[in-house]
Design a protein around this ligand. Structure first.
Ligand code: NAD
Ligand code: MG
Length: 390
């Protein structure tokens, strides 16, 4: 039996992961399931999957979790230390699907314990790519990308020589506002931004899709994960979300990964890698699909893309600063303190003003410097938000 943990089990990626595990229940022993604040859902999942431990992020929720799990034999735990302890338990395969920088530490601990880490939490790569890769290397662990674009690139690169890659094209749906007049964006509400044309995802990543901060994170993730030169990473708007990424080679060949927008493909690929197994995803009917379309990803509409290029050029801790500023700006937008277009202004301000502690000369970064850069950026974002708050 494979030992499996799912971090962020109660979210969109977590539930899709459990949907796959449920279909082959006897093949897996569940070590840990974790959730943020959704006690009822974690109780329900833990009652079904019977992990050794169920963990919530907030210690105040522990009594309710204990009550819900009474008589099941499932250990109830809560708080940061409990999350880290659960991540450090031996497991063969761990899904990293907490949203935000909060997913970084559990993922690092799972790697230290030697697990294969299925990485949906793109923020880990953006904030601490070199640290993630080095930790995996040092502990004989593997990281498999679960972001659909990166799973697509990973699959297109199987058997290929990285030196033969000319470019990587990451597609973007364009999110909720791709067809809105530019002048209307400043008035866009959180509810409008949280509606995705093609994908059903968590609220935060859906709003990040409308602002293209999600794509910005993914461009940085591409650089960090595959070691691709930023000048070779492109993005194009592809409203149908059927092609997830393309890899262009020096001989002119362009390999595209095509499939319906269903995260169970990328999750299932990572679950069974290096094998391919039958997955419950829709098979495409190309004739019914008819046409696929592409447009320029315009940086006037999506300044996050320009900021991502700056971050890729700067490297070091700028990814951690960028992500933390983005998270703070997103919170402020959801709380209606700033407008939609002000999120990019805040992030740009913070990038300009924050110079985190220098990294080691060899480019190595430690968890402490990453967390410190994250803190500095959140403080600077607080000021940038207060200056604009309505
Ligand atoms: P979600 O909001 O639906 O779920 C997030 C999970 O993390 C939940 O279980 C939540 O309870 C938990 N959580 C939130 N804050 C936490 C904290 N501070 N500490 C501990 N747990 C916390 O998000 P999602 O859409 O499932 O996305 C999860 C991750 O996967 C994100 O990094 C996202 O960018 C990435 N991702 C998601 C999709 C998708 O289709 N949803 C696709 C690609 C990548
Ligand atoms: Mg993606």
């Amino acid at each position: 039996m494979r030992r499996i943990s799912v971090f962020g089990a109660t979210g969109s990626i977590g539930l899709n992961t459990l949907d796959l595990l449920r279909r082959d229940r006897d093949a897996y022993e569940i070590v840990a399931l974790t959730g943020g604040r959704n006690v009822a859902r974690l109780v329900e999942l833990a009652r079904e999957f019977r992990p050794a431990v169920a963990v919530l992020s907030d210690e105040g929720d522990l009594p309710a979790l204990r009550d819900g799990l009474a008589g099941t034999g499932v250990e109830a735990a809560a708080g940061h230390a409990a999350l880290i302890e659960a991540a450090s338990r031996p497991a063969d395969w761990v899904m990293s699907a907490i949203v935000g920088a909060a997913g970084l530490e559990p993922g690092l601990h799972a790697l230290r314990a030697g697990a294969t880490l299925a990485l949906a939490n793109k923020e880990s790569m953006v904030c601490a790519g070199p640290l993630m890769l080095e930790t995996a290397r040092a502990h004989g662990a593997a990281i498999l990308p679960v972001d659909s674009e990166h799973s697509a690139v990973f699959q297109a690169l199987i058997g290929e020589d990285l030196a033969a890659v000319e470019r990587v094209i990451i597609t973007a749906s364009g999110g909720a506002f791709r067809d809105w007049p530019l002048a209307d964006l400043a008035r866009a509400t959180p509810e409008q931004a949280a509606t995705h044309p093609n994908w059903a995802m968590g609220q935060r990543i859906t709003i990040d899709s409308a602002s293209m901060f999600n794509k910005a994170l993914e461009l940085i993730e591409t650089k960090e994960f595959f070691g691709i030169d930023p000048g070779r990473i492109e993005t194009v708007v592809h409203p149908e979300s059927m092609i997830h990424a393309l890899v262009g080679f020096v001989d002119g060949a362009l390999m595209a990964h095509v499939g319906p927008p269903d995260m169970r493909h990328a999750i299932g690929f990572a679950l069974h890698h290096p094998a391919r197994r039958t997955l419950p995803v829709e098979r495409l009917d190309l004739v019914r699909l008819g046409t696929l379309s592409f447009r320029t990803a315009c940086e006037d509409r999506w300044p996050a893309l320009r900021l991502a290029r700056e971050v890729m050029r700067a490297g070091g801790l700028s990814g951690a600063v960028f992500n933390a500023a983005k998270e703070a700006a997103l919170d402020a937008f959801v709380a209606r303190r700033i407008g939609f277009t002000q999120m990019a202004e805040v992030v740009e301000d913070v990038l300009d003003r924050t110079t985190p502690e220098r990294d080691a000369a060899d480019g190595a970064i430690s968890l402490d410097t990453v967390l410190h850069a994250d803190q500095m950026a959140r403080q600077a974002a607080g000021d940038a938000i207060a200056a604009r708050a309505r």
